[in-house]
Design a protein around this ligand. Sequence first.
Ligand code: AMP
Length: 174
Amino acid sequence: MGLAECLGVPAISTGQIFRANMADRTELGMMVERYMNAGEFVPDAVTNPLVALRLSAPDAAGGFVLDGYPRSLEQAHALRDVLAAERIQLDVVLELTAPKEKLIERLMHRAACEHRSDDTAEIFGHRLDMYHQRTEPLATYYAEQDLLEVVDASGTAEQVHQAMMDVLREHSLA
Ligand code: AMP
């Protein structure tokens, strides 16, 4: 069972939303395809309104888990504004860390199982660079707001799940 399922709230994964739209050949899917396939960020003008709309859906009223968003300070600021307008406060931000070799090992495994178009060594290298440049600064941003919890994600899926649940319990969120 995933984290969101355990908490009884929707999981909102921007990557997942984009992939579903690509599979269904929707207008959104066709628009984001070239960014996804290149390991580039989908433009904020597309991503931010999409998340804002999703957060305003009734099923998100009782809480949600955001996965893969925000990915940059600009997105974090957009999220802050949307949440402020809805009078919602983030409870906690989890930063999952694992050594690069582990990530590559998992990527190879996922590439063999899921055939994601962006799971090639070259695109992955670019996504990792994007992560370091654009996403890593979020750790400081959220640490300054006392929201950040770093979780060791180098273990098995079950161990990582338990580690995240432990953090959520410490925050009385689970
Ligand atoms: P993920 O499933 O989180 O690994 O995301 C896969 C791809 O979807 C990324 O490499 C981007 O092309 C796109 N994507 C997912 N989330 C975002 C986001 N928050 N901002 C921009 N692009 C995103």
